[in-house]
Write a protein that binds this ligand. Sequence first.
Ligand SMILES: Cc1cc2nc3c(=O)[nH]c(=O)nc-3n(C[C@H](O)[C@H](O)[C@H](O)COP(=O)(O)O)c2cc1C
Length: 157
Amino acid sequence: MSTVIIFASKSGTAEKCSKMLSEKLPGEVKVIDIGKNPNPDFSDYDNVIIGASVRAGQIQKAIKEFVGKNLDSLKSKSVGVFLCMGGDRSQFDEYLKQNFPGEFLDACKAKGFFGGEFNMERLGFFSRTIVKALSKGKPIPKLFEENIQAFADSFKK
Ligand SMILES: Cc1cc2nc3c(=O)[nH]c(=O)nc-3n(C[C@H](O)[C@H](O)[C@H](O)COP(=O)(O)O)c2cc1C
């Protein structure tokens, strides 16, 4: 079994989760940052996993475009999607629906809610100010390693 994880990340969480996931999957696993490689070739892989993070309700444009452009070929693979996000589980399905075609979501054998982090040192002044204002009084986001494990397990079946 071979897997490619294609991710986009603004401040490192989705990148970190992609690496964590890659260590939990059997067989050959390749991790590709779509920011560095906008048109990755996934034809040689059995599993294609798409990972992104959410800002103001939106995922990275490069991931949206990649999924839109490759919808048919992606559907011929075993596909999955995960999101890194600061919001809670109740917002996860809504974000998926807002950002991915229904056809793609229907084809996914796993959908991962991986949680999020505020990596303040990697945020610009503007983003830091927004985060500080919006997160006042709310729980600090965290990663759910158990969800990353469960996601990996569904690709072992
Ligand atoms: C400016 C900004 C806006 C954000 N907006 C949202 C949001 O609308 N919903 C959400 O669930 N999380 C939001 N987050 C939290 C991020 O999704 C979270 O920090 C995630 O771990 C970032 O992943 P990345 O480092 O891979 O980009 C926001 C974070 C920042 C910095």
